[in-house]
Structure formats: structure tokens, C-alpha cells
Design a protein around this ligand. Structure first.
Ligand code: SF4
Length: 220
């Protein structure tokens, strides 16, 4: 599905623009997002450290050649109508006469947005959060490069790629997340905690679960 076919989110004021990684945090758990972006708090755990290590190499911002492709790292992107901005882990460029014109190389390329993850989440909600992040990246990359980018995850533990295709429902889900983020930000509201299987892997649990009574919360 092309970005142009997407459910429009509606133009956001510049100060309401959402960083792509916020999407992943909110889709994982709205309370987690609120602790980080409204409460300005942050905690790390083994999962966070592992993800940081995986990103270390791709975040150096240097182009490289891989299997006949050029790979640009840490690519800054944005999309004003969706009110999104952020950085792609990697953008893979394969020479293609019908692809996007990239002035730096004076050639046309088929583009793939690549998001690096330590491993494939087993939890469906966590997988959904990663998909929403990747979709936000694709929307921005489509806009900046004027093409319909492919998108995939690269899982470091298996060294395998997982190509992802998005449907209309995914665009609608992302639009809903962005509306919720904008609403919470406008009202400076931290959504309530929602204890779930995701809490065990959440780096914010030490400051979150005691407040949630340690055994549930107002929404579960
Ligand atoms: S511990 Fe659970 S409820 Fe609290 S922020 Fe993390 S995922 Fe959300």
C-alpha cells in the first residue's frame, strides 16, 4: 500500500509533531510513553541495553555496500501531514531504473527501510508496536524520497530479515495512535498503567508497578 492511499492523520502543528520512536513506546504501552515523554523519566534494563548494542553499528551514520546494495545509516526523515519525524536505522538502496532518483549518487534506486531489532518479539502486542514504528518510518521515507519504499526488520539473533507489508488497517491504527499521543501531550496526561505480559520486559516497571499496586491497575 502506498502512503498516498493512506488514511490521513491530518496536519499537526510543528510543536505537536511526533518522533517516530514515540510511536513504538505508545503502541507498546501508553503508560510507558507517558512516563518517558510527559514525566521525563527513563530507566534501562537488559532488553534496552541489548537493543542499544544492536543499534551501535547502524547508528554510526556511514554508508556501506552490502550484497550489491548501498546502505545509508541513520537517515533523517519526516512527513508533515502525518506530523512525524525521526531517524531510520538504515536505508538500503538497490540500483533500479524505475526507482527513486538519489542526487548524491546520480542514479535511481529501489529503497528498503530496515529497522534493526535484537530478536523477533514473541508477544503480539510488542510485535504490533514494532510494526507501527516501521510503518511510521516508511511513511516518512516515502515522503522524503518520493517513492513507495519496501520495509523490513533485521533480527540480530537469527541474522534474518522479515519483510513487512502494510494494509489500510495498519495506517488507520497508526493514525489512532498519533491522535492519542497528540491528545495526551496537549493535556499533559500520562495514561494509566495497564499491567500485562509486557511488563516483565519493560524497563519502567520498577517505577510503574508499585504505583499500580503491584497486582493490577485501574484498566485491568
Ligand atoms: S510496567 Fe507494564 S504498565 Fe508499567 S509502563 Fe511498563 S508495560 Fe506499561
Amino acid at each position: 500500500m502506498k502512503n498516498s492511499d493512506a488514511v490521513p492523520y491530518g496536519a499537526a502543528a510543528p510543536e505537536e509533531a511526533t518522533e517516530i520512536r514515540e510511536v513504538q513506546h505508545f503502541a507498546y504501552c501508553p503508560h510507558r510513553w507517558g512516563l518517558i515523554y510527559i514525566g521525563c523519566d527513563w530507566r534501562e534494563n537488559a532488553f534496552v541495553c541489548r537493543a542499544k548494542l544492536v543499534h551501535e553499528r547502524v547508528d554510526r551514520g556511514q554508508a556501506a555496500s552490502l550484497r550489491g546494495s548501498i546502505v545509508e545509516r541513520s537517515v533523517q526523515v519526516y512527513e508533515d501531514d502525518w506530523g512525524l519525524f525521526g531517524v531510520l536505522d538504515a536505508l538500503e538502496m538497490k540500483s533500479s531504473p524505475g526507482g527513486a532518483a538519489i542526487a548524491k549518487y546520480g542514479k535511481r534506486f529501489a529503497l528498503t527501510v530496515v529497522e534493526y531489532k535484537p530478536s523477533r518479539p514473541r508477544n503480539e502486542r510488542a510485535l504490533f508496536a514494532d510494526r507501527m514504528q516501521l510503518l511510521a518510518q516508511k511513511i516518512c521515507a516515502d515522503h522524503v524520497f518520493g517513492t513507495d519504499c519496501a520495509a523490513c526488520f533485521y533480527y540480530a539473533d537469527t541474522r534474518k530479515r522479515d519483510a513487512v507489508r502494510f494494509a489500510e488497517a495498519d495506517f488507520a491504527a497508526l493514525a489512532g495512535i498519533l491522535r492519542s499521543i497528540a491528545d495526551c501531550r496537549r493535556r499533559q496526561r500520562i495514561p494509566p498503567p495497564n499491567r500485562s505480559a509486557l511488563c516483565s520486559g519493560c524497563s519502567m516497571k520498577d517505577i510503574c508497578l508499585p504505583k499500580a499496586g503491584g497486582e493490577g491497575c485501574e484498566s485491568c
